[in-house]
Design a protein around this ligand. Structure first.
Ligand SMILES: Cc1ncc(COP(=O)(O)O)c(C=O)c1O
Length: 414
């Protein structure tokens, strides 16, 4: 097309030149890419990494529905249904519950940008990459960040956190429920109570655990909870769920300074999401199609029931652990009580290169698993059984793939 236009303008002389001028002041320097003339091609894969997971068929179908405007009443109805779905999966009655238009990191930043002001004391459980990321974001805000650094594979006790609270007098405590970089499930009972005693708000990241591990936002005294769409919920990545308790809302609404992010300013998002009466404001264009998908994934988990989903993950992951151990593989998290029922970390077997194992499983079985991340990099393989992927059939397939990988991948090639 580009070549044709140029040729025409040469043959037709000034007439064509005039025509070109009405279309724009310059000729195109960059032609349409050849690659885009080919049909879109996406391989068929079983996604057994720590996320994203495969989309449930009903969620995938929702992605093909027609667009409507993001400020139409039908869309508000869908947003209201999503809010109710989040209240169910979070087990909260917080009115300030909504979706942020961005991936899990965006929810993390939404929480921190809104809650922390420069100079605020912030206590972070850094036993994996997510606490480290929260610390980095808070440092950018100018908060006084106190990291409770632990070895990957470890968790926090009430006593350790109480020492931190007493010493640093933070306004906010951050813990990761499902530490997907290390495979640790952080117990949450008692921490909300503790925070209340020390007048500190309690923020929890449940991106990798929600729907697969019990969590009770209100009853566990969690003030801010966020999660992602692309793990147990089997929805597309790029949007995330968040809720603020009245206490957290009060802290945000009585800030001395405006949060530096306009996009993530919860006072605007609350109005866009109808959390403050019926009037909605135009703030940004929400990802309408992704919201349809999320609505369907929340409908699916509501129909299934949270307790059934938790049990399914616990059982499928226990079966995975058994199959891995039969292969002679070692689970990275030593204490069985704190192994995460959604993402399993396996110590890279001695003599093998983790990349070879992952590539073998992908090339020969079309199964995606992943290597370590942050402090677990080079140390582990990460396997996710997330939502509808948490089946014994998938575990059997993966066990077969891993057995072959261990037989065929070169040893001692480090
Ligand atoms: C526990 C946890 N928190 C936060 C994130 C960040 O989510 P996203 O990659 O969607 O930004 C992830 C992603 O894997 C995660 O597992």
């Amino acid at each position: 097309m580009f070549r044709m236009l140029t040729k025409t303008s040469v043959t037709l002389g000034s007439r064509a030149a005039g025509w070109v001028r009405t279309m724009g002041s310059h000729q195109l320097l960059v032609p349409p890419p050849e690659a885009l003339s080919k049909p879109l091609s996406v391989p068929k894969r079983l996604l057994l990494g720590p996320g994203p997971s495969n989309l449930a068929p009903r969620v995938l179908a929702a992605g093909g529905l027609r667009m409507i405007g993001h400020m139409q009443k039908e869309m508000f109805q869908i947003m209201d249904e999503i809010k109710q779905g989040i209240q169910y999966v979070f087990q909260t009655r917080n009115p300030l519950t909504l979706v942020v238009s961005g991936s899990g990191h965006c929810a993390m930043e939404t929480a921190l940008f809104n809650l922390l002001e420069p100079g605020d004391s912030f206590l972070v459980g850094a036993n994996g990459i997510w606490g480290m990321r929260a610390a980095e974001i808070a440092e950018r805000i100018g908060a006084r960040v106190h990291q409770m650094i632990k070895e990957p594979g470890e968790h926090y006790t009430l006593q350790e956190v109480e020492e931190g609270l007493a010493r640093h007098k933070p306004v906010l405590l951050f813990l990761t429920h499902g530490e997907s970089s290390t495979g640790v499930m952080q117990p949450l009972d008692g921490f909300g109570e503790l925070c209340r005693r020390y007048q500190c708000l309690f923020l929890v990241d449940s991106v990798a655990s929600l729907g697969g591990v019990p969590i009770y936002m209100d009853q566990q005294g969690i003030d801010i909870l966020y999660s992602g769409s692309q793990k147990v919920l089997n929805a597309p990545p790029g949007i995330s769920l968040i809720s603020f308790s009245d206490k957290a809302k009060h802290k945000v609404y009585s800030r001395k300074t405006k949060p530096v992010s306009f996009y993530m300013d919860i006072t605007y998002l609350a109005k866009l999401w109808g959390c403050e009466g019926k009037t909605r404001i135009v703030h940004h264009t929400t990802p309408v199609i992704s919201l349809y998908c999320l609505r369907e994934s929340l409908a699916l988990i509501s129909e299934q029931g949270l307790e059934n989903s938790w049990q399914l993950h616990r059982e499928a992951t226990a079966y995975l652990h058994k199959r891995l151990q039969e292969l002679g593989l070692q689970l990275f998290v030593k204490d069985p009580a704190i192994r995460l029922p959604t993402v399993t970390t396996v110590t890279v077997p001695a003599g093998y290169n983790w990349r070879d194992i992952i590539s073998y499983v992908l090339d020969h079985f079309n199964i995606e698993i992943s290597g370590g991340l942050g402090p677990s990099e080079e140390k582990v393989l990460r396997i996710g059984l997330l939502g509808s992927n948490a089946t014994t059939e998938n575990v059997d397939l993966l066990a077969k793939a891993l057995r072959e990988a261990l037989q065929h991948c070169p040893k001692n090639k480090l």
